[in-house]
Design a protein around this ligand. Structure first.
Ligand SMILES: CC(C)(COP(=O)(O)OP(=O)(O)OC[C@H]1O[C@@H](n2cnc3c(N)ncnc32)[C@H](O)[C@@H]1OP(=O)(O)O)[C@@H](O)C(=O)NCCC(=O)NCCS
Length: 194
């Protein structure tokens, strides 16, 4: 794949679980970007997709029919007052990094989170992770804090940066966030456009 090839972005399906596990398990094994140390099964991903993809955008990047990246959001915290704060994550398949797959996914993910009515999006980035730090900075995230020695992996204590992007500065009581399905591919949502 060259940097100019078009990558398609679509909503996740349960059938993507095995491909997502394959993409992410590489980073679990080979990097400190993900603090798991044991691989995840497709069944675990199916469970997460079923639990979260209706309320948060879950997107897959495809190239020639193959999944080459995934970006998704989850609750930052399950307590109700956090309902407008999401946590975003993105993984690009090994061998496809640096070809704008991550930024293509993140552009779409952030647009959708904003359209669905989320106020903030957070990301936890192990430090150092130059690719992820560059991606988050490029999309307007700010480093708002660092958890020192947050985890021990691959023989060292690792810091985790907490990054935040404010999507909207609307004051006053917020409307409930919209479901993923009520938002079109272009990012408009029924409750906002209708
Ligand atoms: C982080 C990641 C998602 C970025 O996706 P990508 O497709 O490789 O990145 P892109 O090609 O879209 O580049 C996005 C920006 O980051 C920069 N960038 C990408 N990789 C970089 C690197 N290794 N070092 C410095 N900058 C880098 C690009 O130059 C670009 O900046 P620009 O918009 O100013 O030109 C991807 O590299 C990845 O999956 N990494 C491993 C898993 C991971 O760390 N996930 C994030 C967990 S928080």
């Amino acid at each position: 794949m060259s940097s100019t090839d078009l990558v398609g972005v679509r909503f996740v399906e349960l059938a993507d679980a095995a491909a997502i596990a394959y993409i992410v398990n590489h980073y679990i094994a080979e990097s400190t970007a993900n603090f798991r140390t044991e691989p995840q099964t497709a069944a675990e991903w199916e469970q997460d997709i079923a639990q979260y993809a209706g309320r948060y955008p879950w997107l897959v990047a495809e190239y020639e029919g193959e999944a080459v990246g995934v970006a998704y959001a989850k609750p930052w915290n399950a307590r109700q007052a956090y309902d407008w704060t999401a946590e975003a994550t993105v993984y690009v398949a090994d061998g496809q990094r640096g070809r704008r797959v991550g930024s293509t996914l993140y552009r779409d993910l952030l647009k959708r989170l904003e359209a669905q009515g989320f106020r903030s999006v957070m990301a936890q980035v192990t430090s150092p992770n130059p690719g992820s730090e560059a991606l988050h900075a490029a999309f307007g995230f700010e480093l708002v804090g660092t958890i020192k020695d947050a985890g021990y992996k691959h023989g060292e204590w690792r810091d985790v940066g907490i990054w935040q992007k404010t999507l909207t500065d609307l004051a006053g009581p917020p409307a409930p966030t919209a479901s993923t399905a009520s938002c079109s591919v272009r990012g408009g949502c029924e409750h906002l456009t209708g």
